[in-house]
Design a protein around this ligand. Sequence first.
Ligand SMILES: Cc1ncc(COP(=O)(O)O)c(C=O)c1O
Length: 294
Amino acid sequence: MPADTLRPRLPSPLVPVHDDRFERHGVRLLLKRDDLIHPDLPGNKWRKLAPNLRAADGRPLLTFGGAYSNHLRATAAAGRLLSVPTVGVVRGDELADRPLNPSLAQCAADGMRLHFVSRTEYRRRADPAYLAELLPATPFPEAYVVPEGGSNALAAQGCTELGRELHGVTDVAAVACGTGGTLAGLAGGLAPGQRAIGVPVLKGGFLEHEVVRLQLAAFGARRGDWSLAEDFHCGGYARTTPELLAFATDFEARHGLPVERLYVAKLLYALVTLTARGAFPPGTRLTAVVTGRP
Ligand SMILES: Cc1ncc(COP(=O)(O)O)c(C=O)c1O
């Protein structure tokens, strides 16, 4: 299996942290350091991509993302490391004529061929009829297609391992959500009596439906005890507030953890806020999954 030649650090470390904002409510905070799994495929990127790389079996990879997508970067890096060609379908044809931003420049440096499409076209990214038109128009008509964010049934199945690594050591496991694949798998892998919380970083309220859809595809049924904390997106994807940024800087100073701002900061902020509101009974072991690095 080619993905395993990349030597991930698994299980990822689970680290207790002392933080009075939790301790004063009797809550024990733990950090699940998935960001340390692999330098180029950190966090949920490894867990979601590895089963897809196995399924692709050496075929070129084609996937989708916005101009700052962590998933595009991780796919490009996987392609470089495994000598597999990659195509990134990027939202926004206006970007084609501009200098590449650092994220897309890294994708290109890793050998990813960037294919810019209009926002209207991008909306069809999951439509099989569109894929049937798109693939022959790329250099790799036989490519293995990984959906946006890397979230599909295999990805959710891959993330069950994250849940299993937490058996017996936590009561609640919380994760930031974009496309929902990580939460779908985490919740599916937890043991009875454990529960998962997802913190969506996008606005819109569509995620519940997506997580259910992914769980049906991965497991044939809704699985595990999970819920969403919807109020912590700070205005939507890639949006931040001065309060969130100050919170992240302070968290880094307190705990020496590099805090990724688009996902992980919103998760940690949500957990501090929910704890202050009394959402967790005293004695709760609360694990925050650190899904990425700045
Ligand atoms: C750092 C980080 N955390 C969390 C997520 C959310 O994962 P998912 O799309 O599976 O909900 C992403 C996006 O893939 C991410 O890049």
